[in-house]
Design a protein around this ligand. Structure first.
Ligand code: FAD
Length: 468
């Protein structure tokens, strides 16, 4: 009997547990539902950002071609995921809907609703496919999931190896009478006017094959990761994040491909992959994590609220547009706008700048990254913003205020700045991190606030918010 595969952020054929199980059980009907309202129904205003939509279009196109090459196809529908799947299951007499588990609260709710909505004789079968280990596997001595990264990471390493990789189905059989599908181009996921995606097209190759090509390139590079991962001028991180976010490749596949590398670089990289699992463990325990602080600061005192004063709104916009007068921050924010991605070191510097130098509530920054990143991920983004802000359930980082100018020098960001802030490109390596009076070009803004002043203001606001 027909088996539906409910595709979400698992847009691949290889090591795809839901697809694998479905293909073993009968003819497969893969369905992707574009469901803009689902997060809202769960009380979270989290539609896809423009960068998400751009990536999704190309990823679905690529997966459609992979099915096409096996004489198959994907069914694309728009609407409420639960009703669409239940109605297709009814129409084709499906025996099961197979899906890989996702931990965003709206997907967990949809999974629960779907169990009840499916016609008699059709069951929802959930699989674990997108993480090194299913969230909740690593637990403390008392059996609870971890809240802090370091012990979580140690526990994960003790539990490794992750599961074996699953082979890609040799053949995919599909029912002769497939349900109707929308045309991808009718979904208008790509920008028209203005076409802001030129930089995206230049920077990215999307889809499962591109993810595997990138992995092969990375297998030769990973040994140097330890030394070079903090240098934004170099192309020396894996740039796997959007492929992982959309499930074009599984972390289990990456782990098995690299595990024999035995270099310090691989050991560090493995821990970064564990950060990704950690973030899922956090939203599994705290579903509203990306929207809610967990420490008892008085946040009314801590943050300068953007909506209370015109000036602060202007500061938020200056940060978003890369016009803060701090070259490393501006380069990062412009890289984000141009390519939908930002180097990790610079993500930290730019986030710290918004939170501490400008004292703007971290949630405004989290939202901006969410809207602009091709890898914008509910769990990873929320966990990292809370980590920088020191407002979450892990360590308190608020008093650790990053100095953007010395970070820029220390991590040798001169060429990176030249690439994304061209008005500074004539400055020397020495001057470019903090253009001196007289050398700061007229079309480059003055610093929005001095570092020392910002640091003192942030620490004072922090003490005030704790009533000290
Ligand atoms: P690599 O350095 O090659 O790392 C390999 C993989 O490990 C990444 O692809 C990613 O999947 C995972 N990873 C690495 N670091 C982290 C981390 N700190 N937390 C979780 N996973 C990690 N990552 C996202 O995938 N989506 C986000 O929305 C996101 N938002 C962030 C917001 C802030 C404020 C910060 C500081 C970090 C954020 N990150 C996010 C984590 C990290 O910056 C990116 O995963 C990384 O820059 C992606 O580039 P890469 O693939 O080259 O990473």
């Amino acid at each position: 009997n027909p088996q539906i595969v409910w595709l979400r952020r698992d847009l691949r054929m290889k090591d795809q547990p839901a697809l694998h199980a479905a293909a073993e059980a009968g003819p497969v009907v893969p369905v992707y539902v574009l469901d803009d309202d689902r997060p809202k129904q769960s009380g979270s205003d989290r539609c896809f950002g423009g960068a998400h939509r751009w990536w999704l279009h190309h990823s679905l196109e690529s997966l459609g071609k992979s099915f096409g090459a096996r004489n198959g196809s994907i069914v694309l529908r728009r609407g409420d995921s639960v009703s669409v799947l239940a109605s297709i299951a009814d129409e084709i007499g499906a025996e099961a809907v197979h899906a890989n588990r996702h931990y965003e609260p709206w997907w967990r709710e949809a999974e629960e609703e779907l169990k009840d909505a499916l016609p008699d004789g059709c069951e929802l079968v959930l699989h674990d496919g997108n993480y090194l280990m299913p969230p909740g596997t690593a637990t403390t001595g008392s059996g609870d999931p971890y809240k802090i990264y370091t012990p979580f990471s140690k526990a994960m390493l003790d539990l490794f190896p992750p599961r074996d990789e699953l082979p890609e189905p040799d053949t995919i059989s599909q029912p002769s009478d497939m349900p109707d599908s929308d045309d991808l181009s009718d979904w208008d996921l790509l920008p028209t006017k203005p076409d802001w995606a030129a930089g995206f097209r230049e920077f990215w190759k999307v889809g499962e094959d591109a993810a595997h090509d990138r992995l092969e390139w990375w297998a030769d590079e990973v040994a140097a990761y330890d030394e070079s991962r903090n240098l934004p001028s170099k192309d020396e991180t894996s740039q796997m994040s959007p492929h992982l976010h959309w499930g074009e490749i599984s972390p289990v596949t990456i782990w098995h491909r690299l595990k024999d590398k035995r270099s310090g670089g691989w050991k560090t990289y493995e821990k970064e992959l564990i950060w990704r699992d950690y973030a899922q463990n956090i939203i599994m325990q705290f579903p509203k994590y990306p929207d809610q602080s967990y420490r008892d600061y008085d946040e009314q005192v801590l943050w300068r609220h953007p909506n209370r004063g015109h000036l602060i709104q202007e500061e938020l916009e200056a940060w978003q547009q890369g016009r803060t007068g701090y070259p490393i921050v501006d380069a990062g924010m412009r890289q984000l706008w141009k390519t939908g991605w930002m180097h990790n070191r610079v993500r930290m510097i730019a986030a710290s700048f918004l939170i501490k130098h400008l004292l703007i509530d971290w949630r405004h920054g989290e939202r901006w990254y969410w809207d602009c990143l091709v890898d914008g991920d509910y769990a990873s983004n929320g966990t990292n913003w809370q980590w920088v802000a020191g407002t979450g359930v892990d360590s308190n980082m608020f008093p650790r205020i990053m100095a953007p100018l010395s970070q820029s020098e220390k991590f040798d960001a001169a060429d990176y700045i030249r690439q994304y802030v061209p008005e500074l490109s004539d400055l020397s390596d020495e001057d470019i991190h903090d253009p001196p009076e007289g050398k700061r070009p007229d079309d480059y803004p003055e610093k929005i606030i001095g570092h020392k002043e910002a640091r003192e203001r942030a620490l004072q606001a922090y003490r005030d918010s704790k009533g000290e």
